[in-house]
Design a protein around this ligand. Structure first.
Ligand code: S3P
Length: 439
């Protein structure tokens, strides 16, 4: 346990960049492992989640080395070339690593066992097993479709057309990755659009990906099976989900002005920033560019008054990891913020809906959960704070409440900051660099 604490010491100022995007980092390692030849990854996130995926792809036969120039080099085994790992793959806390790898392994003739930490072992895996079984894979899982799971990969994989029952980029990606080693075409139909990093990166590796949009927002993504993927250079932009923490800190600590350089601004990831703009936040995206197929910008944030807004349910997929920090911003805004349709928050690294509500209430904020909706009543004045918030081993709950402590009257303590290392090991140091007191 690493208890941590943050207090307000005045305006935050400076120019920082945040570590590489977690979603893109996992995908770069997995696609690099499935490609022929060498993939060179710049700015790979060196957080525990991604390092677990790195070890797993090594165990599946890929060679991963440090390029010595800040890059990570992956020599892949080719589509269908995974070796059977000779030990259990431990994915730690990583939902993305475990679900994407289950997909990539499901259509290869290998057996593999996967496990993870207590949080990951409690998370639902049936959502990936169900479509993958239709492609010929078999699984032995614990009660409720939980890890540890044995994957018995299909020897004669079948392609699939699958409509996602939940808006999940992890499930979509698991099926698309499985489709790579099935003959013919595999299609995922998503009724609500989710992050498309797998699709964008597959094209960069030479895969064939067709995307058809209908006017009702439904998107059908088709991959051609058994392509020859070729290793390539991947540049990982700064993670907008990590940038969210210093960004909201800059907006809620009076007098602050912070620039965060090189942040990924893929429109399927920027729901938080759209919402903050609606709340009246002073945010500008400058120096917009495209790097290795992903949109990137520098974010400039200045503190000011925020007002409560309604956040529609259909925005959730584009900001699913950002509700803890949005709720913190809402607690410093004037008026009511209603965040609708948050059922998926209950199955993240913790039950985030409950964790946000308990933490805010402990800090003196009026907050309600009704069904899958969260309502935060802001007074336009800083919350009292002064509490020790229970993080439930959840990195984003930990960081969100440390940010709240920078604006709250009496600071905020958290019971444990250990899990911050899963996604943002440099969090405390970077926050200190812009003037925050986090210890
Ligand atoms: C991710 C998708 C989201 C997100 C997670 C990363 C990804 O999960 O919460 O942190 O990289 O595909 P779901 O697909 O379960 O919504």
């Amino acid at each position: 346990m690493t208890p941590m604490r943050s207090v307000s010491v005045g305006a935050l100022r400076g120019h920082i960049s945040v570590p590489g995007d977690k979603s893109i980092s996992h995908r770069a390692l997995i696609l690099g492992a499935l490609a022929v030849g060498e993939t060179s990854i710049s700015n790979l996130l060196r957080g525990d989640d991604v390092l677990r995926t790195l070890s797993a792809v090594r165990a599946l036969g890929a060679r991963v080395t440090d390029g010595g120039d800040g890059t990570t080099r992956v020599s892949g085994v080719g589509v269908g070339g995974f070796a059977e790992p000779d030990d259990v793959l431990d994915l730690g806390n990583s939902g993305t690593g475990s679900r994407l790898l289950i997909g990539a392994m499901a259509t290869q003739p290998i057996n593999a066992q996967l496990t993870g930490d207590a949080s990951l072992r409690s998370r639902p895996m049936a959502r990936v097993m169900a479509p993958l079984e239709q492609m010929g894979a078999r699984f032995i899982a614990r009660e409720g479709g939980r890890l540890p799971i044995t994957v018995i990969g299909a020897t004669d994989a079948l392609p699939l057309e699958y409509t996602l029952p939940v808006p999940s980029a992890q499930v979509k990606s698991a099926v698309l990755l499985a489709g790579l080693n099935a003959p013919g075409e595999t299609t995922v139909i998503e009724p609500a659009r989710t992050r498309d990093h797998t699709e964008l990166m597959l094209r960069a590796f030479g895969g064939t990906v067709k995307v058809e949009d209908t006017n009702r927002g439904v998107r059908a993504i088709t991959v051609a099976g058994q392509p020859e993927l070729t290793g390539c250079a991947v540049f990982v932009p700064g993670d907008p989900s990590s940038a969210a923490f210093p960004a909201v800190a800059a907006l809620i600590v009076p007098g602050s002005e912070v620039t965060i350089a090189g942040v990924g601004v893929n429109p399927l990831r920027t729901g938080l920033y759209d919402t903050l703009a609606e709340m009246g936040a002073d945010i500008s995206f400058t120096n917009r560019r495209t790097e290795a197929g992903e949109e990137v910008a520098d974010l400039v944030l200045r503190a000011g008054e925020l007002k409560g807004v309604d956040v529609p349910a259909n925005r959730a997929p584009s900001m699913i990891d950002e509700y803890p920090i949005l709720a913190v911003a809402a607690s410093c805004a004037r008026g009511r913020t209603r965040m609708l349709g948050l059922s998926e928050l209950r199955v993240k690294e913790s039950d985030r809906l409950a964790a946000i509500a308990h933490g805010l209430a402990a800090c003196g904020v009026k907050v309600r959960v009704e069904g899958d909706d969260l309502t935060v009543e802001g007074t336009g004045r800083p919350p009292a704070g002064g509490a020790t918030v229970t993080t439930h081993d959840d990195h984003r709950i930990a960081m969100a409440f440390l940010v709240l402590g920078l604006a709250a009257n009496d600071g905020v303590a958290i019971d444990d900051g250990t899990m911050i290392a899963t996604s943002f090991p440099a969090f405390a140091g970077l926050m200190q660099k812009i003037g925050a007191q986090i210890s």
